[in-house]
Design a protein. Structure first.
Length: 507
């Protein structure tokens, strides 16, 4: 069997049982570290571009991005999720799904190009016309790699996926910085967005050299399409809930305030979004393979949740307590209006970590309808919170957003876990150590801030604040809350898996 055929067969069948745990652990470590690299790259790029571009440049990008992101939900149609979740997958099924994705990508590319004049009129911003037209090909480029990427995930070839992501985002970031330095303004951001799917297309097709066959219909395929359709509708509802504030700010406050909000939003949510995305890549694949073993499935989910919350709490503390220092260092003095945005969004970030992982569990176990109903619960409450704060500008919107998320937490958690075997008690057991440790560390950080905020410049002040908070947080969680053995065992497992078995091969 040649290399191409072997790679494709492994993707359809998934890893052998003996390889499953190793690939799961290694995949988790690789994706977390890669997302850490990606976060550092994005933050570094943001630091540089924020000094080369104006808030209105980011506002223009966000106006187009709001449209393209919502339409991007349809290009996938949830079919990558359906491919990964499926226990068995055939060549005919994956080929048909590929052509469905390409057809949708082509259609959406034409829709975006045609909508360009309408978008420019809606925002009363003529520059959006050509920005939107230039962004349209992203849909076709992205649709060509959806099923190839799903095959890589089924084979648990996370290392390959990570290398591709690092390659494309790095090149795109360099391109954006060079263009911004040359005076291209907002076009630097637009070209960065186009560059990523273009490079992904080339690299993923090289890594998974599979050529699709003719499309064929079957009852199993129709079931996958229904599954994917529910996932897509879920994503659409969640998108509306989580992005209405950007649409309304752009419409009623203009590009400048929207740019302020989006930079604050990115700094608040980027680390957690990267973390959740990293764990999701592995967790959904792993949980899907465990769906027939309920006890093991629940245990794996709760461990994943605990780790995510433990890594999220320091980010939340930093945003809430040290927002001014972060904005001054990361973006510069002209972005000080983003300080309250960053601070007020801190509760939202925490509840993202507490709520969003439920979607992995529900989808992996086939409960996509439950996930959709949960989204329908979230959407109107968030919109009401955003509208309530809209009169007060970016800071008011951020505060309304967080107030809605706080009100939603208990009902969403209770509804999502109903009938799954996950109880309120074991959910609390999974998250209480980082939450309690966060309260203690936050108090220590606030005391440091109160003592030195008037005497130190931003860089040394933030360094001391973060250092003390981190020391108290991890010390309290590991030793006082008794999590030392759990995390030390995790580290030992990671080290042993890397020593005993060679790294993922190219095939």
């Amino acid at each position: 069997m040649n290399q191409r055929a072997k790679a494709y067969e492994n993707a359809l069948l998934g890893p052998e049982a003996a390889e499953f745990k190793r690939k799961s652990v290694q995949g988790g470590v690789l994706t977390v570290f890669s997302q850490g690299f990606g976060m550092a790259l994005q933050i570094g790029t943001t630091v540089i571009l924020a000094r080369l571009l104006a808030p209105s440049d980011y506002g223009l990008q966000s106006m187009v991005f709001t449209l393209t992101t919502v339409l991007a939900l349809f290009k996938d149609a949830g079919l990558s999720v359906a491919s990964i979740q499926r226990k068995e997958l055939t060549t005919d099924q994956i080929s048909t799904l590929f052509w469905i994705n390409v057809a949708l990508g082509t259609f959406l590319m034409l829709v975006v190009a045609a909508a360009a004049p309408l978008l420019a009129a809606f925002y009363k911003e003529p520059r959006l016309l050509w920005i939107t037209v230039a962004s349209a090909p992203i849909f076709l480029l992205s649709s060509l790699v959806i099923q190839h990427g799903a095959l890589l995930t089924r084979a648990m070839r996370f290392g390959t996926t990570i290398k591709i992501s690092i390659f494309s985002t790095t090149i795109a970031a360099i391109l954006a910085i060079v263009m911004a330095a040359k005076g291209f303004g907002y076009w630097a951001l637009i070209c960065q967005n186009i560059c990523i799917p273009f490079l992904d297309l080339i690299a993923i097709w090289i890594a998974m050299p599979w050529l699709p066959g003719r499309p064929r219909s079957s009852p199993e395929l129709r079931s996958m399409v229904r599954f994917g359709g529910t996932v897509t509708l879920n994503g659409l509802v969640v998108y509306v809930a989580y992005n209405t504030e950007k649409i309304l700010l752009g419409r009623y406050w203009g590009a400048g305030p929207l740019g302020i909000y989006t930079r604050g939003y990115q700094l608040a949510t980027l680390p957690v979004q990267q973390l959740i995305a990293a764990v999701h890549i592995v967790a959904f694949s792993v949980l899907s393979r465990m769906q027939s073993d309920t006890e093991k499935l629940e245990r794996a989910y709760l461990k994943s949740l605990s780790i995510i919350v433990a890594l999220t709490v320091p980010v939340v503390l930093s945003s809430a307590l040290f927002a001014k220092e972060i904005i001054l260092i990361m973006l510069g003095p002209k972005w000080l209006a983003a300080v309250p945005v960053l601070r007020f969004l801190a509760p939202t970030v925490l509840f993202f970590a507490l709520i969003n992982p439920f979607s992995w569990f529900l989808r992996a176990t086939g409960r996509v309808r439950r996930s959709l109903n949960t989204a329908f619960l979230i959407c109107p409450v968030v919109i009401v919170g955003v509208v309530a704060g809209l009169h007060y500008g970016p800071a008011g919107v951020a505060l309304g957003y967080s107030a809605a998320m706080v009100l939603l937490f208990i009902p969403v958690m209770m509804w999502a876990k109903r009938g799954t075997g996950i109880t309120s008690l074991n959910y609390w057991d999974a998250v209480k150590q980082p939450l309690i440790s966060g309260v203690i560390a936050g108090t220590a950080g606030w005391l440091v801030h109160a003592k030195y905020s008037d005497t130190l410049s931003p860089i040394p002040l933030l360094s001391i604040e973060l250092g003390v908070s981190a020391l108290v947080y991890f010390g309290w969680m590991l030793f006082v809350m008794g999590q030392k053995d759990f995390y030390f065992d995790l580290v030992r497992t990671i080290v042993q898996s890397r020593r005993v078995v060679p790294a993922e091969s190219a095939t």
